[in-house]
Design a protein around this ligand. Structure first.
Ligand SMILES: [Zn+2]
Length: 389
């Protein structure tokens, strides 16, 4: 009986608080266990490598010690059968390792001799609490897995919907800072909490003798079963959902995806419209470009024509100038002048005026002998316009 706890006056009071004044103290075998601690949890779930804060452990202690609160003793977290005993008292101990742990005293009914025998003989020596956290925070971003927007698949896969970290992987894990409810302490084959064991008398802690304060709790609804943490690695819990509930959960999980798909479809539709408008604009621009090219081509033709016209006009002007110069030359000859013909019109006018004056002195129907001498081959010109009548 090395594991049995000797009842102190204080413990007897705790048992009476929990079971009533008429409790038959000899109807139970009493044990002490080191329960949950601040050491990382080992469990293939959202809680893998998760930790509870010292404050969360203080919640454990307060909830267990609350006189009206019952924390039962179960086997393998099977709450579908009647309990085999009760937890009477808890204390928080800060251990030399730097970790803190909840130590409890519990009783197993003598009606369950098989269990008592296994506990006494160390065949059953691990314990595991069933509890509901108040918050389950992501160690990477502090997102609370209990938030409304966290869907069932995120909980199942332990994936943080905020930062994408997978709990239990690459250093990410949940942190439980506070506890809502402690429902039971199970005797298990292997617990998820480290060193959660029923203690031998030489390892039992001396529980303090002071009376624990009465804590008044607000009764809140029970949270989703999925979030109830049973710190037992061997427990596999079946999903207790009917068809409608599964469909509702699936539709809740897929609703954001559906919404996203609809958004994408409407974006695609508006992109299609935009594409059509852009194509129309492109066609319009191409037509305008074609028209401009035609215009450029016709302008180029016109320019060529104008250039040809200009050349023609220039040639004509040269021709006229040459003919004019020829006439001037004749006048000069007639007037007996040897002046060279200037290029500019003003000069020509002056020269003609000078020739005019000379011609005025030439007898009617005669030609200047001087001119004849200078240029005998000069053709006879009609000087009538220059003669004074
Ligand atoms: Zn996160």
């Amino acid at each position: 009986m090395a594991k049995r706890v000797n009842l102190t006056e204080n413990l007897i009071n705790k048992i009476r608080e929990k079971c009533g004044q008429d409790v038959n103290l000899s109807s139970m075998a009493y044990y002490q266990a080191r329960g949950i601690s601040t050491e990382p949890i080992s469990q293939n779930s959202l809680y893998d490598k998760g930790t509870l804060t010292r404050e969360a452990l203080m919640d454990f202690v307060a909830l267990i010690n609350e006189p009206l609160n019952t924390v039962t003793i179960q086997t393998m977290h099977d709450t579908s059968v009647l309990p085999t005993g009760k937890v009477f008292y808890a204390e928080l101990h800060d251990e030399p390792t730097g970790h803190s742990a909840v130590y409890t005293v519990f009783g197993v009914s003598t009606q369950h001799q098989d269990i008592i025998e296994k506990v006494d003989n160390g065949i059953i020596d691990e314990v595991s609490f069933g509890f509901t956290p108040k918050q389950i925070l992501c160690s990477e971003c502090n997102k609370d897995f209990l938030d409304e927007d966290v869907d069932i698949f995120d909980l199942w896969t332990g994936t943080c919907p905020e930062c994408g970290a997978v709990m239990g992987k690459d250093g990410a894990h949940v942190i439980v800072p506070a506890i809502e409810r402690v429902s039971e302490l199970s005797l298990v084959t292997r617990g998820a909490a480290k060193h959660a064991k029923i203690l031998d008398s030489i390892r039992q802690m001396a529980m303090s003798d002071k009376t624990s304060p009465v804590i008044t709790l607000t009764k809140k609804g029970v949270k989703d079963d999925l979030l109830n943490l049973n710190l037992c690695s061997t427990i596999s819990k079946e999903v207790d959902m009917n068809k409608e509930e599964i469909e509702a959960a699936l539709s809740a999980a897929t609703a954001p995806l559906k919404e996203e798909m609809e958004k994408m479809q409407s974006t695609l539709a508006s992109l299609g419209e935009e594409k059509t408008a852009l194509e129309a604009a492109k066609n319009e621009a191409e037509q305008a470009k074609g028209a401009l090219e035609e215009e450029v081509a016709s302008l180029s033709d016109e320019k060529t024509k104008l250039e040809a016209d200009l050349e023609e006009a220039k040639a004509k002007a040269e021709e006229i100038k040459a003919a004019f110069d020829e006439q001037i030359q004749k006048v000069l000859v007639a007037a007996g002048l040897t002046d060279s013909i200037p290029e500019d019109v003003e000069g020509k006018k002056e020269l003609l005026a000078k020739a005019h004056l000379t011609l005025a002195n030439i007898p009617v129907d005669g030609v200047s002998s001087k001119a004849d001498r200078i240029k005998e081959t000069a053709e006879k010109a009609d000087f009538s316009a220059y003669k004074v009548k």
